[in-house]
Design a protein around this ligand. Structure first.
Ligand SMILES: [Fe+2]
Length: 203
């Protein structure tokens, strides 16, 4: 199975991609999404859940849209108030690619537990069980030889707690906190306990 979509369709889902100034990077991000459309077991990006637990009702693409817009909004405020500037191309590309492995981490589970929303029932794939989240994004970035590939792969890998390396750039901070903020939005709308409330308890 695969998702039938073209570059224009990807740009419609993620309009921020067109804010990437570097043409090679901009087109590379779209190409990676098109490749994932071919590789996934899903038939529509809209059906893919953000995860299989507290956010199973949340669409993955809504999460990525949320993270990208939140990170850009934070970047704008940080620049205005604190005068800190970030690499906009790197930030947008990293936000759009940070969860690129997720279309492979789950698959449709007809007859499975309803998600509680419009998202279809899903189950974890062998890929989702065996390959650390974030790693496939880095693989794609290098395979495409994208501009700033090292830093971009670093941002994608380190956005998740699964990583045993951490990033120290401000772009990394923005992705990291935007990812948590958007995830908590999804958890709260699903009636769950947000990550913010659980950090201390899990120490
Ligand atoms: Fe995420």
């Amino acid at each position: 199975m695969a998702i039938q979509i073209d570059a224009e369709g990807i740009r419609k889902i993620f309009p921020e991609v067109d804010q990437i100034q570097d043409k090679t990077l901009r087109e590379g991000v779209v190409e990676i999404w098109l490749e994932l459309a071919d590789e996934t077991a899903w038939e529509r990006f809209e059906d893919i859940p953000k995860n299989l637990t507290l956010e199973k009702h949340e669409p993955l693409i809504g999460h990525i849209q949320g993270v990208t817009r939140m990170a850009l909004a934070l970047a704008e405020v940080a620049e205005k108030i604190h005068g800190i500037t970030v690499d906009g191309d790197l930030l947008i590309a990293a936000c759009l690619l940070h969860d690129i492995s997720k279309p492979l981490e789950s698959e449709p589970d007809p007859g499975g537990q309803p998600s509680g929303g419009s998202i279809l029932p899903a189950r974890k794939t062998e890929f989702g069980s065996k390959i650390q989240h974030g790693v496939y994004g880095a693989h794609k970035i290098w395979e495409k030889d994208l501009p700033k590939a090292m830093e971009l792969a670093h941002l994608v890998i380190t956005h998740t707690r699964a990583s045993n390396t951490r990033a120290a750039s401000y772009e990394a901070s923005l992705i990291f906190y935007a990812d948590w903020a958007d995830s908590d939005a999804g958890i709260i709308t699903g009636g769950g306990r947000p990550f913010a409330a659980r950090w201390i308890e899990e120490k």
